[in-house]
Write a protein that binds this ligand. Structure first.
Ligand code: PAF
Length: 281
């Protein structure tokens, strides 16, 4: 495995592989790798000749009051995990490699970026799409791997790929949960032991929605209200949003007809966690 910092260097190496007809699979990350990331890497490993993982904590997608400064950066451990998973290249650029002096070009997907997480994290998705577009230009993979836990991010990147004719196939890999049901996230590291217990309320609320729908519930207001009451029973949980939307355009649904994406963001203490479930009726 080679770890490379410079965009030009990685572009040159990958161009050679492309010329040799190799399929390149790309897993963008902000490091602090967990089983969720490893699942993306394994999918990329299965489906491509060359696997590249990027590690870059992208300041552009953090709000001024968010956790950029304390975001975990265990680079050595991340590199060891990548080596273990037989990753071919890790691209870990420095800040100025991605945002050189006078950087002033941004990519913004209108509409989809302003709902759900976009409401409480203004500018977040503009940061994500800008960096992902840059990384795709540098790496030019055949396949791009993103996690289903960030369902809104995946929908936005999909839109960007279509709108900008970016020649890459997006693969969205299912959420990985721990044995209690908590969706894996680098931010789970912020949770104290009691908060980890409280955080289970997210997956429990999603499971409740699944049961209600299985038993015939279709009215989204009623489903949301039942989920909210379950979450409110937990004193340390504060709901940021809880919505049932059309998975294709993220617009709220009144009634569930064939498919629905149920998403929620909940603060457990100071940590904001997200989770979701895709329902097909
Ligand atoms: O999902 C993430 O870790 C980030 O948003 C991504 C896609 C690596 C862009 O910084």
């Amino acid at each position: 495995m080679l770890a490379i910092r410079k965009p030009l260097q990685i572009s040159k190496i990958l161009a050679q592989h492309k010329r040799a007809g190799k399929a390149i699979g790309f897993v963008p990350t902000m490091g602090a790798l967990h089983e969720g990331h490893l699942n993306l890497i394994r999918a990329a490993r299965r489906e491509n000749d060359i696997v590249i993982v990027s590690i870059f904590v992208n300041p552009l997608q953090f709000g001024p009051k968010e956790d950029l400064k304390i975001y975990p950066r265990p680079l050595k451990k991340d590199l060891a995990l990548c080596r273990f998973e037989k990753v071919d290249y890790v691209f870990y650029p420095g800040l100025s490699d991605i945002y050189p002096k006078n950087f002033s070009t941004y990519i913004e997907v209108k509409g989809l970026s302003e709902t759900l997480c976009g409401r409480s994290r203004p500018g977040h998705f503009r940061g994500v799409t800008t960096v992902v577009a840059k990384l795709l230009n540098i790496i030019q993979p055949v396949n791009l791997y993103l996690g289903a836990k960030d369902a809104q991010q995946a929908a936005i990147v999909k839109r960007m790929i279509t709108d900008l004719n970016i020649p890459v196939k997006l693969k969205v890999v299912p959420i990985v949960r721990d044995s209690d049901g908590l969706a894996l996230s680098s931010r789970n590291a912020y949770l104290k032991a009691n908060e980890k217990r409280d955080a289970l309320v997210l997956s429990r609320a999603l499971n409740l929605s699944k049961v209600l729908i299985k038993n015939g519930a279709r009215d989204t207001k009623r489903i949301i209200s039942r989920m909210r009451s379950l979450i409110r029973r937990n004193e340390s949980a504060k709901i940021d949003y809880l919505e049932i939307v059309d998975p294709d355009n993220l617009r709220p649904l009144d009634k569930i007809i064939d498919k629905a994406l149920i998403l929620l963001a909940v603060y457990i203490g100071k940590t904001r966690l997200i989770d979701n479930i895709l329902i097909k009726v």
